[in-house]
Design a protein around this ligand. Structure first.
Ligand code: BES
Ligand code: ZN
Length: 481
């Protein structure tokens, strides 16, 4: 489909302009309502990875369906092989030429653990004062319930002021993003026709800073594995056996250490084959962003960075692959001491991947690297928790131009074009199955404590996000095929 903006920069058709002004006013006047609705949504502990919360996940899907129906959407919570998918459509109020927009987000959240480190219960959202105004503290506040509510608030305002969005809209809101998205592709293949669209809008990323919006143009991929090394047939007294056989924890620790060389590179043979370097132009644009590494690390409570020698912090997180352990256990981990050589040790680890790396190939290379070090007679069992490739989004599309104009209107400054170190598997699925790129326009901040205790979302970001989505819809409505 060949889409182009029908108007010169900065000029909306008169009807669209007056609608948008009223819509932005409507959003501003209902900040309290937007906060209340988000808090209501956040009270549902929709932890997708934990079977004990299956009913809560379904409840969150139904909550969304009810809200979407109230704004004129044909909405349903569609069962899948895993958690339900929320699918909703609206024909839009514009002519037949406007592009169809697919909004994607996720209503599931990460587990709240370690629960004792929260200052308030994770599913009892608190509106508290922070240095940049009010913030909402709860699991899922920014990842991704708050960001889903931004486009819902924009759609609500369009419904109230103009009877619906100015272009046809489809929403696909997933309940398994935080736990591997196993049903996503089967669902998308089965509903390919209903999901057909001209552009996807995904709000699950960050801003450059609280005053500077961002369009993310790359995401890293992921290869997540779990490896269990089994040695002795049962736990042993470490006095009787210590020194006479290889301790599985010690052996696993040595294997983990072997994953990096002394220059911070991943030491797996072939790991960097085919890795694409950012162009000089892209590197220069990152340089111009004025990234403050000390502030970024300081936010994490760290003074000294670490990574591949000769690479800047932004290069390391946006354009270079990694190996990181995510969890490790084995032996005695209870209170006090127990002198034991364990039978088994386990590590959960993941590689962030970049353009040019085939996730399946990386998985095989890493597996082979580890298997080659297994002590004689011991076994290493490796289980996959999912792989997905890195994503690059074209920046020369008319949709990126639309989003840039909308963001400039709301923030009064240009959006930064940034990379991201995170992964959103759906963006790759949307590219492969529906054949469209996603506009990655998110409103999180680096200090939001994503996946961590005391996750929060600034109210300013919530409201500016809603305004930005409303303005983007106006831009899309002014396009024609
Ligand atoms: N919202 C994040 C992805 C993200 C994080 C984007 C930080 C930009 C900055 C998303 O919900 C997420 O956590 N994704 C997982 C994917 C995984 C479970 C397959 C990730 O990146 O670890
Ligand atoms: Zn997440």
């Amino acid at each position: 489909m060949n889409l182009r903006p029908i108007r010169a920069e900065g000029t909306y058709p008169a009807r669209m302009q007056s609608h948008l002004d009223s819509i932005l006013k409507r959003i501003d006047s209902d900040e309290r309502g937007a906060i209340e609705r988000l808090c209501d949504f956040l009270r549902i502990p929709s932890i997708s990875t934990d079977p004990a919360h299956t009913a809560d996940v379904a409840h969150a899907a139904e909550w969304l369906v009810r809200d979407l129906r109230s704004m004129g959407f044909n909405a349903a919570s569609v069962p899948t092989i895993g958690h339900p998918m929320v699918l909703a459509t609206h024909p839009g109020t514009g002519g037949s030429g406007a592009p169809r927009v697919l909004f994607y987000g996720h209503y599931d959240v990460q587990p709240a653990d370690p629960i004792e480190l929260w200052d308030s219960p994770p599913f009892d959202p608190q509106l508290i004062d922070g240095p940049r105004g009010k913030r909402i503290v709860a699991r899922g506040a920014v990842d991704d319930k708050g960001q889903v509510m931004m486009f819902l608030e924009a759609l609500r305002a369009w419904h109230e002021i103009a009877g619906g969005p100015p272009c046809p809209v489809t929403l696909m809101i997933e309940g398994e993003e935080e736990s591997g998205s196993v049903s996503l592709e089967p669902f998308m293949n089965a509903h390919r026709k209903e999901l057909q669209c001209d552009v996807a809008v995904v709000s699950d990323t960050g801003m450059w800073d609280i005053n500077t919006p961002a369009i993310t143009t790359s995401l890293r991929g992921l290869c997540y594995l779990e490896a269990t090394l089994t040695g002795p047939s049962h736990d042993l007294h470490s006095g009787m056996y210590g020194g006479s056989l290889r301790n599985p924890i010690n052996a696993l620790a040595a294997m983990i250490t072997s994953m990096h060389d002394s220059s911070g590179r991943v030491a797996v043979k072939g790991f960097y084959d085919g890795v694409l370097e950012p162009t000089a132009e892209v590197l220069a644009s990152w340089q111009k962003l004025g990234f403050d590494e000390a502030e970024f690390l300081g936010e994490a409570g760290v003074r000294v960075g670490w990574g591949e020698v000769g690479r800047s912090c932004l290069e390391r997180t946006w354009s270079r692959p990694t190996f990181d352990c995510n969890g490790i256990f084995g032996g005695y981990t209870g209170i006090g001491a127990k002198t034991v050589i364990p039978s088994k040790a386990t590590v959960k680890f993941s590689c962030r991947l970049v353009a040019g790396q085939d996730p399946e190939r990386i998985k095989s290379l890493v597996e082979a690297h580890l298997q080659a070090q297994v002590p004689p007679g011991y076994t290493l069992e490796i289980q996959s928790h999912g792989v997905n490739p890195a994503i690059h989004v074209r920046t020369d599309s008319p949709f990126v131009a639309c989003a840039s104009r909308a963001l400039k209107r709301v923030f009064g400054r240009d959006a930064a074009l940034i990379g991201s170190g995170g992964s959103i598997p759906a963006v790759g699925s949307i590219q492969r199955i529906l054949g469209v790129d996603s506009l990655l326009v998110g409103f999180g901040l680096d200090d939001d404590r994503v996946h961590s205790p005391n996750e929060k979302f600034e109210v300013t970001c919530l409201m500016n996000g809603a305004r930005s989505h409303a303005a983007m819809l106006a831009e899309f409505g002014a396009m024609t095929t």
